[in-house]
Design a protein around this ligand. Structure first.
Ligand code: PLP
Length: 358
């Protein structure tokens, strides 16, 4: 079976050695030495000042909103994984959807401007499939209207904008280190915090809001990463260059073979690629379903990222309609992409798509 992605498992002996260390120390959670080591290594690798590791990418978003005291309305994108929106709703923040740019698939800053009201306190854009948002335009809007910016950077591990980490834009960026991601810690995530003075607050918030034995100043949660997750991250990080190179090869073959046959996401010219996803935009949902069915019959399972468009979620009131996002969501398909995808299998996928379309 070929799925859209496959979890990368690092060298087992190396993982085992770390497990032995954990058993020796007996420290398995609560900001243990492995979590601290991974924080230091990731901050250096990614080129960021402050990183706080957490249990997953969804709680990373929630802790970000609470660290910044976001209330009222937040303008966000309807074209993302559901956690971008559901994390707002569970924190009593109303998502206001600004439609996307049909080429880059990212939130369109022109639409953000139109939706700002006195109730708006934040903008929550997503670097969709690792393609950098129009960060400079978003920064101008946020400064003018005094809004906080939280980037959902779940797909943007190691993406550079004009040669520097994209994670340094906005007030906070969040990452997901889920097993399906380019870099993973089984389950996990992180907050990248640009204002040094907010780091301590975020650390209290991931540990029930506790400051010390006598003081609980914040409404916190339990969002800590554990030591077994951290050592998976340490092992995967050792192999990250090789993972990226192999992904790049798969990505480039899709790109050269499918150019002119399907539409691709338009890259922001200032953004580097991390080869996380290979989305193709088809002519219609009918064409997508035909391709999906033929591939499924061959035991190949691409994924409809992101379907449905989040403005169709039944728990969001008032109802909102983002036509571009709905249109793209109906006809976009992410093809299998992972380091050891066999070339023979990839050629089979490419040939099936070509046969159906051409
Ligand atoms: C854009 C986006 N945001 C948030 C998340 C949530 O991350 P996690 O699965 O680590 O909770 C994901 C997960 O895939 C995602 O794709």
């Amino acid at each position: 079976m070929i799925n859209v992605t496959k979890t990368y498992l690092p060298d087992k002996d190396k993982y085992q050695k770390y497990v032995d260390e954990i058993f020796k120390s007996g420290w398995i959670t609560n900001k243990g030495p492995m979590v601290q080591k991974l924080e230091r290594r990731l901050a250096q690798y990614l080129g960021v000042k402050n990183i706080v590791l957490v249990a997953n990418g969804t709680v990373a978003l929630e802790i970000a909103y609470r660290t910044l005291d976001i209330k009222g309305f937040a303008i966000t994108t309807p074209f993302s994984f559901v956690a971008t929106t559901s994390s707002l709703v569970t924190n009593n923040i109303l998502p206001i959807f600004a439609d996307i740019n049909k080429n880059t698939l990212n939130i369109n800053p022109k639409n953000i401007k139109k939706l700002i009201t006195p109730n708006t306190s934040a903008i929550v854009p997503v670097h969709v499939f690792g393609n950098s948002c129009e960060v400079e335009e978003i920064e101008k809007i946020s400064k003018k209207h005094n809004l906080k910016v939280i980037y959902d950077a779940a797909h943007a591990f190691d993406v550079k904008y004009k040669g520097k980490s994209i994670l340094n834009y906005g007030d906070i960026s969040t990452l997901s280190f889920h097993a399906t991601k380019l870099f993973h810690t089984i389950e996990g995530g992180a907050l990248i915090i640009n204002d040094n003075s907010l780091v301590e607050k975020a650390r209290y918030l991931i540990n029930f809001g506790i400051e010390n034995a006598e003081s609980i100043p914040h409404l916190g949660s339990n969002a800590k990463m554990n030591e077994f997750e951290a050592i998976m991250g340490l092992c995967v990080l050792d192999e990250i260059e090789q993972i990226k190179n192999k992904r790049e090869e798969v990505y480039n073959l899709y790109q050269s073979e499918l150019e002119g046959i399907v539409k691709f996401q338009k890259q922001n010219k200032n953004s580097s690629k991390n080869y996380s996803y290979f989305p193709i935009i088809l002519e219609s949902e009918k064409q997508l379903k035909t391709i999906e069915k033929v591939l499924n019959n061959q035991d190949i399972f691409p994924r409809r990222y992101f379907y449905t468009s989040l403005d169709t979620l039944n728990y969001i009131e008032p109802k909102q309609v983002c036509k571009i996002s709905r249109n793209i969501a109906n006809k976009i398909l992410c093809l299998p992409l992972y380091p050891n995808l066999e070339r023979k299998s990839q050629e089979k996928i490419i040939n099936i798509i070509k046969e159906i379309i051409v």
